[in-house]
Ligand binder design. Structure first.
Ligand code: SF4
Length: 296
């Protein structure tokens, strides 16, 4: 629980605050960039929410925070039910995509996603175990498969697998993080699961990182920690600073994604982004040019 006495000085005065227990996971400003931002390895409230809609958004961030570092120190009228997650973020021909919320400290606050499909729902990375979330997911048809993008984002996979009897997939190189996983991805060749879901091994951030592609056209890419969007600089980020395994392999993995037709990038950390037709390739080329992998 956030403590008023530990309120960070960077917060704007007002009802909402972030305290010093923040682990800098970025979930709050991913959900609600209008009120939360990052500064000096912490997040803070840069602008207090105003009105019912804005307070609702800030409360979502509060509920999602993996370490309960967001607090309220004044009375507010809005109340948020804890069954608010998952939240629909995108309707795609190949399945509706929901943000699960309930970020886990064990996954360093990484995002997880639920895809609703007639052939069986999919969980991408593991949220914190949460009975209200499990109830909602059960109401939506449960989970038949869980794909883990890499070793860092496995959180409570065992509890979710037990609850839904779902099959877990992880790359062999990261499998020690989820040794009970029923299915292993091998090597670097993309693996088609059904007609519209593709697992693309993308070693670099970790040896067993994979990204997950939904759809044949105007796709959604679940990128784990391989890539994310920086809205201030308007660039796709592959981060050397947060590369735990092999930076040159990570850049090769980035290059292998050039020919995709991505519309939405949904990362584990950092900002999501929508690309207009043709923009994905240009953005990726810009990133590869910056890292001197390609030249003009
Ligand atoms: S969600 Fe919580 S831990 Fe994560 S950056 Fe925001 S305040 Fe910090």
């Amino acid at each position: 629980m956030a403590l008023k006495n530990n309120r960070l000085k960077t917060n704007q005065a007002g009802a909402f605050y972030v305290d010093s227990s923040c682990i800098d996971c970025g979930s709050c400003w991913q959900i609600d960039p209008k009120h939360f931002a990052r500064k000096e390895n912490n997040s803070y409230v840069h602008t207090q929410p105003n009105g019912k809609k804005e307070v609702h958004k800030a409360l979502l961030a509060l509920l999602d925070c993996p370490v309960a570092a967001i607090g309220i120190q004044e009375k507010i009228s809005e109340v948020l039910s804890n069954d608010i997650f998952p939240i629909l973020v995108y309707k795609h021909l190949s399945g509706d995509v929901y943000y699960c919320g309930w970020s886990s400290k064990r996954s360093y606050g990484a995002s997880s996603w639920l895809i609703l499909r007639p052939e069986g729902n999919i969980l991408i990375d593991s949220p914190r175990w949460s009975p209200p979330l499990a109830r909602e997911i059960r109401r939506m048809g449960g989970v038949s498969q869980m794909f883990l993008t890499h070793r860092d984002d496995v959180a409570d996979h065992a509890l979710w697998a037990k609850a839904f009897n779902c099959e877990r997939w992880i790359h062999k190189e990261d499998a020690d993080a989820a040794p009970e996983a029923e299915k292993l991805v091998l090597g670097i060749d993309p693996l088609l699961i059904g007609k519209t879901l593709k697992l693309i091994p993308s070693p670099g951030h970790t040896a067993g990182s994979i990204v997950i592609l939904l759809g044949e056209h105007r796709q959604i890419l679940f990128s784990g920690d391989h890539l994310w969007w920086n809205p201030e600089k308007e660039v796709l980020v592959a981060s050397k600073r947060y590369c735990w395994w092999n930076w040159s392999e990570q850049l090769k993995s980035v290059q292998r994604l050039l020919d995709l037709d991505v519309k939405w990038l949904l990362p584990g950390h950092g900002h999501a982004h929508m690309f207009k037709k043709g923009e994905w390739k240009k953005a990726l080329e810009k990133t590869l040019r910056f890292h001197k992998i390609i030249t003009d």
